[in-house]
Design a protein around this ligand. Structure first.
Ligand code: IMP
Ligand code: MG
Length: 176
């Protein structure tokens, strides 16, 4: 990757990402053995994490996607969420695992959890690559978490700033 003035300190190295994704996949494979697992990726940020995670799973699994837009500024969500693309799959009676890139305030995920719970899945859990505990505004159960990061705007491994930097193989802080 070309050097870029906006890429600040590295928060999670590529090696650490790979190792943690493998561990999470082992845990999920154990927990969902014999179940009817559907991964729901939240576009677009979760695509990178999800595709790596999914390839390490040893249980049968399906994947589907949702796209949501949360109203707010570029770096702050408001909790008012609009569905841009809904699921193709019917999740009633199935074991649903939402895969997210990052949980910041938690407002987007809170909306998604309420929305999906209304469709009566058998189980509904969250796997988030990153969480920012200092910024959390609502209480949510995130069953699987990759890393806790400090209160910095993160880019890379799916995370964007103005749609750029998703392709970085590591997670870095955006330089102020
Ligand atoms: P929340 O509703 O505040 O939890 O924000 C959720 C969404 O905001 C995430 O799914 C990301 O798309 C985006 N977001 C939050 N923090 C960051 C960040 O540090 N870098 C890039 N995107 C972020
Ligand atoms: Mg997102």
């Amino acid at each position: 990757m070309a050097s870029d003035d906006a890429i600040g300190e590295i928060l999670v190295e590529a090696d650490a990402l790979n190792r943690r994704v493998r561990e999470l996949a082992q845990e999920i494979s154990r927990d969902y053995d014999g179940r009817d697992l559907v991964l729901i990726g939240v576009l677009k940020g979760a695509v990178f994490f999800l595709s790596d995670l999914m390839r390490q799973l040893t249980v049968p699994v399906e994947v589907d996607f949702m796209a949501v837009a949360s109203y707010g500024t570029a770096t702050k969500s408001s909790g008012v969420v609009r569905i841009l693309k809904d699921l193709d799959a019917v999740i009633e009676g199935r074991d649903v695992l939402i895969v997210e890139d990052i949980v910041d305030s938690g407002l987007t995920l809170q909306y998604l959890l309420r929305n999906l719970a209304g469709r009566n899945p058998r189980s509904l859990e969250v796997c988030a690559l990153l969480i920012k505990p200092e910024r959390r505004k609502v209480e949510l159960q995130t069953r699987y978490v990759g890393f806790e990061i400090p209160n910095r705007f993160a880019i890379g491994y799916g995370l964007d700033h103005g749609e750029r930097y998703r392709n970085l193989p590591y997670v870095a802080a955006l330089k102020a």
